[in-house]
Design a protein around this ligand. Structure first.
Ligand code: ZN
Length: 389
């Protein structure tokens, strides 16, 4: 039968979806009686692990995510285990042994999942950018394709989900071996495996001693082969659960987050020249992650930082000036493509009233303590900040 669907419910709202990673959960094997009890409990356990338990890089980027769930109701709980003769009537047809031979490989009927997702998000105005399916079964298993599928009732569920997200969101390869032969295929597309025994594919991290992981190098055995293919770390979450993501995976996840998020949500309109503006503001996604630098006519103002800028405090000469804000992520977890982590906005500012003479030097002397401010201004706004003695 077709699944009974509700429209989506937003579980976490951290800002405009146009500038957030929209994480969407679907569920399979949750009956009507489970949908408001077990289902949200499984999702909350995942979110808690994801954002609150040190699973880097996610806690740092928590405010870069919105989270939604779609209530998909099944007739029965659990998932199919065909070799054991276990068949459950569930909305998305989740089953173990998805490939016919691997017990832990748990996945769903993707076209049914796609239909449930499209129906649940119809009219939502955003699309699912990180897709998870929690399956109401206790048997160990998961799978990473379009969806990160995991057994929501298993004690390792949240770790499985993170590993599968590595596949589904960031196209990371498994870093475990398996076949005792030697890999002879083409150089893999995934950023975290290579045929090159020097590890040049992640040269920018070679020799880095990552806390909790150890030395980044080139370790033989990955992507289901024991020989002829290399991984960046001795052991990481793409090889075993309850390990951190290694630096290469962590960096890829952050870069992928920035596929959907820019450092700034909004800013003072720069569509027209501003005439004697009192303030210019930017609104960063998260001030704990994003710093702002301000420039006047191309010159960095070391004393100016934060989301609010007061052009009148800088003694601009009469005429046209360019003010620029550069918002950037301060993380050292990304060593390539850092342009993705920053954003600049410029304004044309026209100053029409000259500065009172003689103040400039005195004000500049205070710059180390306070952003210099005028004692008299062309604006009658009350100033609560310190002024010149
Ligand atoms: Zn995997």
């Amino acid at each position: 039968m077709s699944p009974l669907l509700a429209v989506y419910t937003t579980v976490l709202n951290n800002g405009p979806s146009a500038n957030r990673v929209d994480m969407v959960f679907l569920g399979d094997g949750y009956r009507a009686t489970d949908i408001s009890t077990i289902y949200p409990a499984h999702i909350n356990a995942m979110l808690s692990h994801f954002f609150d338990e040190g699973e880097n890089p996610f806690p740092r980027y928590r405010n870069f995510f919105n989270v939604h769930r779609i209530d998909v109701i099944s007739n029965e709980d659990g998932a199919d285990v065909p070799p054991l003769g276990i068949f459950r009537d569930t909305a998305l047809d989740a089953r173990y042994y998805y490939d016919g031979v691997t017990e832990r490989l748990l996945y769903v009927n993707e076209s049914k999942a796609n239909a449930a997702l499209a129906s649940g998000l119809s009219g939502a105005g955003f699309s699912a950018e990180m897709k998870l399916i929690t399956v109401n079964d206790t048997r160990y298993g998961g799978g990473g394709g379009t969806y990160a599928v995991y057994a929501g009732g298993n004690p390792f569920s949240t770790e499985i989900a993170l590993h599968e997200l590595g596949h589904s969101f960031s196209r990371l390869a498994d870093e475990y071996g398996g076949s005792s032969g030697t890999y002879t295929g083409a150089e893999p597309n995934e950023v975290n495996v290579t045929k090159d025994p020097t590890g040049a594919k992640w040269a920018h991290w070679l020799g880095y001693d990552q806390p909790g992981i150890g030395l980044i190098g080139a370790y033989e055995g990955a992507r289901y082969w024991d020989r002829g293919i290399y991984r960046p770390s001795f052991n990481s979450k793409m090889r075993n659960l309850n390990r951190p993501f290694d630096a290469i995976a962590r960096e890829k996840i952050i870069l992928d987050i920035y596929n959907y998020v820019d450092p700034l949500d909004t800013w003072t309109s720069n569509l027209a020249t501003l005439v004697d503006p009192d303030t210019i503001t930017v609104d960063v996604v998260d001030p704990a992650v994003i710093d702002v630098q301000w420039y006047i006519d191309g010159t960095l103002l070391p004393e100016a930082a934060g989301e609010l800028f007061d052009p009148q405090a800088w003694n601009l000469s009469v005429g046209l000036h360019q003010i620029m804000a550069r918002a950037y992520d301060t993380t050292d977890w990304v060593r390539i493509n850092r342009w993705k982590l920053e954003q600049s906005v410029s304004w044309s500012v026209l100053v029409t009233v000259p500065e009172p003479p003689g103040l400039v030097g005195m004000l500049m002397g205070l710059a180390a303590l306070y952003p210099p401010r005028r004692t008299t201004g062309r604006r009658s706004l009350a100033r609560s900040h310190p002024v010149c003695p």
